[in-house]
Design a protein around this ligand. Structure first.
Ligand code: SF4
Ligand code: SF4
Length: 428
């Protein structure tokens, strides 16, 4: 039976002329060499589903499902077809017909839509990781027995050694010497749990630049639910954030140092356009959102930086690349402004690193192939610092560095700026 959900995308799907130029930009196709991994193959499957020539079976979904949603293909495609929109629509159609795994339903509809539950789940995961339960379970084979993806996740997620950034502990949000900007800080699930040191660095850098920061009572941005095709959960989460963050729209900016959160928040207007109660408020919210580098470069944060040493290169998170929110010049400008540090451009800097949210847990072989290509490029720069602006990228790039034994530190842009300000304070 034809998939009705694809009909609004008919014109887009019909524009695929099968030229194959998308081969040049698809990280997954470069690893698998399979036609179904390529946008051309995915468009052919979508056409079959749209016209009823194919049924949406688990096998057909499996063939489509190794897409990173990175739009690498779109950048090489003359009609600029958005393969990610087509794949997400098909994922949505699939779970509408076949249901979704229980873990996804609980995660997207119960946990990620409630900031308190996110913090509770994060604390439990952290406790298990810190007490070596996950490693023990992996060593004894229990994790693989439960689910191979859990064993992979335990290897890829870096050791958690720091206390997570929790909203209750906000007495320590640093205050600026002189208030120049009023900023709402959007808390990223990934950074607050995996990389709380990045959150702390971000807040210090914002304060250093005259920002009075209000930590927002946001929930997850909804990007994970959206990527898995659970569009109902993604819209529900977006509505909650639009309501909760309404007071922040009066501030100068809503800032997130997670490239995926900021890019997704910027799309709330589009996501909720059919929702009469939220559409206008969503547009207003989206307009106020800026990624960390975008905001900092905009207010001229390069003053007062102290001297650092070393060579830094920069990996563009997909969602900040020119294929999504187009924040590419600002992080480079900030890194280049640090005195004493050499900047080297990374070949294929905007190619996906293979993290793509939880892709690496689900398609580990393909993700590792994509990551190895990225690590090869990092090695050619000779850099000892690999900067980026997304927790999933930081996690996966750190895994790549560990796998290859490279003498490279993976750092968020905010950590580098924070270090440079500290160097200035400590200079004789
Ligand atoms: S580049 Fe675009 S038009 Fe050409 S085959 Fe790929 S998806 Fe189709
Ligand atoms: S979105 Fe990325 S992974 Fe998916 S087909 Fe396009 S280039 Fe390949």
């Amino acid at each position: 039976m034809a998939i009705a959900e694809l009909l609004p995308l008919h014109d887009l799907i019909a524009k695929c002329n099968r030229c194959g130029f998308c081969q040049a930009g698809c990280p997954v196709y470069r690893v698998t060499g399979e036609e179904h991994s390529l946008s051309r193959g995915r468009m052919a499957i979508a056409r079959g589903l749209m016209l009823g020539a194919l049924d949406l079976t688990p096998d057909v979904m499996g063939a489509l499902d190794d897409c990173l949603l990175c739009r690498g293909c779109t950048a090489h495609c003359f009609p600029a077809l958005k393969t990610d929109d087509v794949v997400t629509t098909i994922r949505h159609a699939y779970i509408t017909r076949h249901g979704q795994p229980v873990w996804q339903r609980i995660l997207f509809r119960t946990i990620l839509s409630d900031s308190k539950k996110i913090e509770l789940a994060g604390r439990m995961a952290l406790w298990a990781k810190r007490h070596g339960l996950a490693s023990m379970a992996e060593k004894t084979g229990l994790l693989s027995l439960l689910d191979k993806r859990l064993a992979v996740a335990n290897r890829v997620v870096p050791p958690m050694t720091r206390t997570p950034f929790l909203r209750g502990a906000h007495a320590q949000v640093p205050a600026p010497a002189q208030v120049k900007h009023r900023v709402g800080y959007f808390v990223s699930c990934g950074l607050s749990f995996q990389f709380p040191e990045v959150v702390e660095a971000t807040l210090r850098v914002l304060a250093r630049n005259g920002c009075a920061v209000t930590v927002l009572e946001n929930t997850c941005c909804g990007r994970p639910a959206y990527s898995y095709g659970d569009l109902d959960a993604a819209r529900d989460i977006a509505r909650k954030n639009v309501d909760r963050l309404a007071p922040a729209v009066g501030m100068d900016a809503i800032v997130s140092e997670c490239g995926s959160c900021s890019a997704h928040l910027k799309e709330y207007g589009q996501l909720l356009q059919g929702d009469s109660a939220h559409a206008k408020k969503a547009v207003a919210l989206s307009k106020k959102v800026q990624s960390f580098s975008e905001f900092l470069a905009g207010i001229g944060a390069s003053e007062g930086l102290g001297t650092l040493t070393g060579t830094v290169t920069y990996h563009d998170p997909c969602h900040m690349s020119n294929r999504f929110s187009k924040v590419t010049a600002q992080p480079r400008k900030l890194l280049k402004s640090v005195p004493g540090m050499t900047y080297k451009e990374l070949p294929e800097a905007d190619w996906c690193c293979g993290a793509a949210g939880s892709y690496t847990f689900l398609h580990h072989q393909e993700a590792t192939g994509v990551l190895d290509r990225k690590m090869g490029n990092v090695e050619t720069t000779g850099a000892d610092i690999l900067a980026t602006e997304c927790p999933a990228c930081m996690m996966h790039l750190s895994y790549g560095v560990r796998r290859k034994g490279l003498p490279v530190q993976v750092r968020h842009v905010s950590e580098i700026l924070d270090q440079a300000y500290a160097a200035s304070d400590n200079a004789p």
